[in-house]
Design a protein around this ligand. Sequence first.
Ligand code: MG
Length: 319
Amino acid sequence: MPHPHRRAVLGAGLGLMAAATARADALVVRVDDARLETLIDPAAELRTLVRDGRWCEGPCWAPALGGLVFSDTKANRIRVLAADGAVRTFRDPADNSNGNALDGQGRLVTCEHRTRRVVRREPDGALTVLADSYGGRPLNSPNDAVLGPDGAIWFTDPVFGITQPEEGILAEPAQAARRVYRIAAPGAVQAMTEAVDQPNGLAFAPDGRRLYVSDSGAALNPEGARAILAFPVAADGALGPPATFAEIEAGVPDGLKVDAAGRVYAACVDGVRIFLPDGTRLGRIATPTAAANLAFGGSDGRRLFITAAGNVHAFDLRG
Ligand code: MG
């Protein structure tokens, strides 16, 4: 039987350890490389601005539309978070929308699971279908979109919106592959690669000569990929063979963004991971639940908005 005094000391020691662990858990920024600190204050806090979503996705900074547009995919609506913190409904129902992006004219482009299409919202609110098929067959379920350096919208087409009943309508894929596509004009869809098992988030390097794509294959297949791939982009826009940019050891990478310095931000199960263009891990902004996507925004573009499960978080980068 332990001596009572020893037990009390041991208990106090465990209490201190627990307190230290709690403090470590409270830290949001995990630094892997000191160069992260030019970008991020290690003591910066993660704020939660929206808590009542079901599965928030597709954050897109769109001041002309009222602030941060985001999809609540499982709640089947698109909402807008204004600068004063108010949240209003933007589109309801929204065809289980997922990724959002602005085109070169500032129009909102939205990926829809339920209708398996990519649409553009015109200034009068009407929707123009940009893509709903390839080779005469329905797409799988467009997931995320980005404005390319060529002025065209590029998007990914994995199967997640036809394999998960809360995110669309269950269906067998009509496409033989999951591809990255480019929209040359409404209805004119070009397949750019089928080298990714389940292409998900996508983003271009600032010079437009590299395309990053998340491969979320492991979400459906334990042996599948959980990596970020980097494709060289030729002068004519064609994609070269991909290289593995980063392997993610847990979960799968989802939304991607690249900042003006070329740093890559990836929404992952443990938060937003940040990499240098050479693949060096800078660190991570930890989120309480799996991060799905992110967007730069705010009046100075230095606010990072992160969608994670039912939440939208904000994290201010260094100015
Ligand atoms: Mg996604």
